[in-house]
Design a protein around this ligand. Structure first.
Ligand code: SAM
Length: 279
């Protein structure tokens, strides 16, 4: 059963000649029941504007609209998708605005009204960069209330990882500092067309009203980036470039200078960021 009166996605792709382009990370979801299910994972959309990055042939866009999103702003780099967006917009009058551009260059706040949720089957090449941007604005709470995002499963595991595990690192710390991330759906390669080489997963992140521990976002981001860039090194050498007196800072906040980043928890990293912060 279709979720709306628009043509099936295979037909949309054939009509608009949307052969997938690898350079744009195009792996399309063609099952509208699945895209509606992902839209439902974003929670109640009725009183929310939704930002979608990379709508492609519009499966998730249609899911979000069918699930009742107040408005959807879809930012898509591939100009071939714009006529498809126009057709969807005609079926949902006044509720879809599509912009042909790079999501990294567009300020969504010029177009959306809070409360805002973000939902996307992200292009893998820009996915982590966008996530880090959404998690590290100087002020908190951010412009969004939740993120419902498709990632490669390995990236999803890095977002929810805990200390001591191989996947633990910068993404886990930034995500868990200011949000509550959960893997809510696993998807095999066959769910996409063309199938990617790896498994995928949907991660749902709810913004916390305030960060779990106080820290300056820029400083914390720099500390964890440096710590995990050389994750096998002891922190006193991995973090040396941040401050010549790094050992004093580590000792002052109770982290052993000989410890490795993998063993250090969020609360300790936040304490170190506070100690190193220069306003
Ligand atoms: N949402 C569609 C779906 O689920 O079938 C498409 C997902 S596909 C993995 C990623 C989409 O992001 C593609 O349509 C691609 O053209 C678009 N894209 C790639 N880089 C982008 C960027 N920097 N800004 C906006 N869209 C981008």
């Amino acid at each position: 059963m279709s979720i709306d009166s628009l043509p099936p996605l295979r037909e949309v792709i054939a009509t608009h000649e949307l052969a997938a382009q690898k350079s744009l990370g195009q792996n399309f979801l063609l099952d509208l029941n699945l895209t509606a299910k992902i839209a439902r994972m974003a929670g109640d959309l009725k009183d929310c504007d939704v930002l979608e990055i990379g709508p492609g042939p519009g499966g998730l866009t249609r899911g979000l609209l069918a699930e009742g999103a107040r408005r959807v702003l879809a930012i898509e780099k591939d100009p071939r998708c714009m006529p498809v967006m126009a057709e969807i917009s005609a079926a949902y009058p006044g509720r879809l605005q599509a912009i042909n551009g790079d999501a990294l260059d567009v300020n969504p706040l010029e177009y959306l009204t809070p409360p805002i949720k973000i939902a996307a089957n992200l292009p893998y090449n820009v996915g982590t960069e966008l996530l880090v941007r959404w998690l590290t604005p100087p002020e908190w709470p951010p412009f969004w209330v939740s993120l419902t995002l498709m990632f490669q499963r390995e990236v999803a595991q890095r977002i929810v990882a805990t200390p001591g595990s191989k996947a633990y690192g910068r993404l886990a710390l930034l995500a868990q500092w200011r949000a509550d991330p959960k893997i809510v759906l696993d998807l095999p390669p066959e769910a996409f067309s063309p199938p990617p080489k790896v498994n995928s997963a949907v991660v749902h992140l709810t913004a916390l009203p305030e960060p779990r521990f106080e820290a300056d976002a820029g400083t914390l981001n720099r500390v964890v980036a440096a710590a995990f860039n050389q994750r096998r090194k002891m922190l006193r050498s991995a973090l040396k470039s941040l401050d010549p007196a790094i050992e004093d800072h580590l000792n002052a906040v109770g982290i052993k200078p000989t410890e490795r980043a993998e063993q250090v928890g969020l609360e300790e990293f936040c304490a170190l960021a506070r100690s190193l912060h220069k306003p």
